[in-house]
Design a protein around this ligand. Sequence first.
Ligand SMILES: [Zn+2]
Length: 437
Amino acid sequence: MPDSCVLILLDGLGDRAHSQLGDKTPLQAAQTPCLDRLASLGSTGLYHPGQLGKPFPSENAQFAMFGNPMQFFPGRGPLEALGAGIELQEGDVAMLAHFCSVLTTLENHMVLKYDRICGTPEEINALYTALGPFKQEGITIELHRTEGMFSVLTMQGDVSPHITDSNPMVDGRFVSQVHPLYAYRNDPTAQRTARVLTNYISWAYKQLSEVKENKLRIKQTLPPINGLVTQRAGSLCHCTSMRDRYGIRGISSSSDLMYRGLARFLGMDFHQVKDTRDPARDIAERVQFAMDNIEEYDLIHIHSKAPDRAGHTKSPKGKVKAIEALDRGLAESIDPLIKNEDVLVVITSNHTTPSSGRLIHSGEPVPTMFIGAGVRRDHVEIFDEVSVAGGALSCLRGDEMMHMIQNYTDRARLAGIHDSPYPQQFWPGDYDPFTIE
Ligand SMILES: [Zn+2]
C-alpha cells in the first residue's frame, strides 16, 4: 500500500470547447500519450475546490485542495507577503499591488489604460523610489517590491482587511473606488482603512506623474506608468498546520511566490524552482525532485504554471502546445514513480483557465487521476475533461481530495473515533497515554 503521495498540479489545465480546435478543449485536442496511459492505470474523475460553477484563483484552490476550511484562508496578500519574506505583525493588512498606466477624466476618475505595462529597470526603480512610506490617521502604508512592477502593499495600525479592490483588472475600465465590504460598512476601522488607502492611491498617482522617467516616456509618446492598483486584501490568522491536521510532513515545489507563502502558512517545507522556456524539462526535473525526496516526506506537491499561463494569453492552440510539452516531460520522468509501490501519484489541476472569453478563470471542474497500489481501476483510457467524467472518482470537491489521499495512503480516520480532542484528520492520531488515577 502507498504510504506517501506525489501530487502533480498542472495549473489551469481545464478549459472550454473552442471552435479553432474543432469544438474540443485544449486537453482533448492535445496529443498526450503519457497522460492517457497513466489514466488507464487507475481511477479518474473531476475536481473542483469549491462549488461547481464558481471560478477559483490558485490560492483559494490550493488551500482547499490541501484540505483546509475556507474560514482560515488569510487572503492572497498575506500569502505573497509570507512568500516574499515580508514579516507581518498580527493585525497587519497585506494586499497585492502593481504599477499600471492610467488616464484621468474631467470628473477626476481614473481609467485603467494598461493593466500590464513594461518599463526599464531604471524606470521601475524610480517608481518605487517615488513611493516611500506613507502615514495618515495612525496608519502606515509600505510598498514591498516582489517582482518588477509587482509588489505587496502592507498597512499597519488599526486596520481592517475587509475592503474592496481598486484594480478593475480589465483595460479601459474605471479604477474602482475602495469601499469597506458591505458587512463592514458601519465598521469605523474598515471605513478608515478604505479612506486612507484611497488617499494613498491618489497620492501615488500624483507622485508617479511627477517622476522624471514618466515625463520622458510621455515625450517619447510612451504611456506613462503613473498608477498603482490594489487587490485581494487579507490579514494573517491562525490555521492548523498540515502536520497537525493531517499528520503529514509535506513539501511544495514551485516557481511561484504564492505557493511559497502558502507552504509557510501551512507549516510545509518549500523547494524553490525557476521556470524556463522548456516546460517539459521543468516538469521532468520536478518529478525527479519528488523521486529523490520521497523517503523524507508524506506529501510532495509539484507544480507547473505552463497551462495556466498559456490559457491567459487566450490562445487555445498555445495551450495545446503547453500541454503536449508537459506530456513529453512526464513521459520521460514518471515511470520510476509509478512503479514504486509505496507511492500514490495524483495528477490534477486547480481550476479551469478558459483560453477564450473574458473570464480570468472559470467554474468547470478539472480532470484528476489517482494511480497506485490498491487504487480502483476504471475503464477510462483518455485523460481529458469529458472522458474522466465517467471515471471511478466521480467529482471530488474541496477537502475531499486530501481525504482521498489520506484514504489511499492508509491514514484516513474512521468517522466517530475520538482519539484526540483536536480535529485530527488522520489515524492513528496523536493522543495522550492513559494515566491510572
Ligand atoms: Zn490563472
